[in-house]
Ligand binder design. Sequence first.
Ligand code: URA
Length: 192
Amino acid sequence: KVKLDVLAQGVSGCTRCGLHASRTQTVFARGNPDAELCFVGEGPGADEDAQGYPFVGKAGQLLDKMIAAMGLSQDEVYIANVVKCRPPNNRTPEPAEMASCLPFLNEQLDYVRPRVIVALGGTALRGLLGAVDGITKMRGKWRLYRGATPLMPTYHPAYVLRTPTKEVRQMVWSDLQLVLQELGRPIPKRGT
Ligand code: URA
């Protein structure tokens, strides 16, 4: 999509917030811009900053497993982040940094027009919906992004890696089952 390419070009030269100073490169997206399902994370880590694509490190490997467990291919999803530059030491992006970068994500989602959005973790949720309760309270329940697009909050894969209990994995899988149901997709027998 030409508009996405032009947007990504604009992002690559962005200096709206301080994060630009320490980035190797901006991290815009991966996956299919025509996908019905979009995953949104927090921001690039070291691996993403080095490679230029979102979710290519440890958390990304788990996200890919989750996508596969859903019975979806990489070509059936689009993956992006709230902030496009790596925060130093992987700290959480500050509210001002998120506010600077959010217009990019909103425009990006305008062009992709997914049927369903999955917010990965509390930061993505805050970015996409504004001031809300924490992820623990909000996960597993449908919300509307900009009053129009069904949005499912679930735990960030990095949290699942830090807290790899059956309970947490089961919660994420049950959230993803709701997503498949909304998309009218078959639900595979076993998840992560
Ligand atoms: N975590 C995120 O939130 N985004 C990435 O791109 C990688 C890890």
